[in-house]
Ligand binder design. Structure first.
Ligand code: OAD
Length: 227
């Protein structure tokens, strides 16, 4: 069976990484628009770099939780593809084999002049004035508001093969990512694990599991493992 798991900030919440919309509109004390837009980068690149350097350090100080690990276990019985909106690397560190990042990866730096130039910045900070080999400033390899989502087509292709599609810990407020569920085939079964999960327009047979990822994911995974 092909299981596609679409994860958001909620799956990493219990590892100690704050979600975006649970903290009163502020993300680690910043408005999203002051740190996660091309305009913010134009206005104050040093603030943006500092912000993401702090996020990278924080990510490196936390570890995957039960929910990340249970998704790895599920690979014993099914083909599992993870499509994550998260920029952290907790799915990979838990051991998941197929992880696609829709909104980029915090651990990578990218050239502002040639988007094919990527550098692993694990354990490092991107400094202002630090350039790629072609001489362009480096930036975080993340998708900011208003930017294209380069992995969207790949993600739609993965979703189109899903027998089961599971949403974990996402408010489903940010498009185009939130629309991915509509790329699934007609026979697909749907589950939504989130303490604030609500019905999704156009998805009639949605199973809502109003629980935290650390309890909801193990329960569902053990049910699916029997199939
Ligand atoms: P949000 O902050 O919008 O939503 C987080 C969701 O996690 C909410 O629905 C919470 O109810 C849920 N949640 C909180 N704690 C949880 C727990 N322990 N277990 C399960 N769920 C829990 O985050 P996303 O939906 O991921 O984009 O946000 C989507 C995108 O908006 C992000 O990728 C980012 C952001 O701006 C970019 O940076 C482009």
């Amino acid at each position: 069976m092909e299981i596609v798991v679409f994860t958001g900030a909620g799956i990493s919440a219990e590892s100690g990484i704050k979600t975006f919309r649970d903290s009163g509109g502020l993300w680690e004390e910043h408005s999203i628009y002051d740190v996660a837009t091309p305009e913010a980068w134009e206005k104050d690149p040093q603030l943006v770099l500092r912000f993401y350097n702090d996020r990278r350090k924080q990510m490196e100080s936390v570890i995957p939780n039960t929910a990340h690990k249970e998704l790895v276990e599920l690979e014993r019985s099914h083909n599992v593809s993870i499509i994550t909106q998260n920029v952290d690397d907790l799915h990979e560190r838990a051991g998941s084999s197929n992880v696609l990042h829709l909104h980029g990866e915090l651990k990578m730096a990218r050239s502002t002049g040639d988007e094919s130039l990527l550098y692993d910045y694990t354990g490092k900070s991107i400094e202002f004035g630090e350039n790629c080999e072609k001489g362009y400033q480096l930036r975080p390899h993340v998708v900011w508001f208003g930017e294209m989502v380069p992995n969207l087509v790949l993600a739609e292709n993965i979703a189109s093969k899903a027998d089961v599609f599971i949403v974990v810990g996402s408010s489903l407020q940010v498009y185009p990512a939130a629309g991915l569920i509509h790329a699934t085939p007609p026979h697909c079964r749907y589950f939504y694990i989130d303490p604030k999960a609500e019905p999704i327009n156009g998805i009639a047979n949605l199973n809502i599991i109003k629980e935290k990822a650390s309890t909801g994911v193990p329960k569902l995974a053990s049910e699916l493992a029997k199939l």
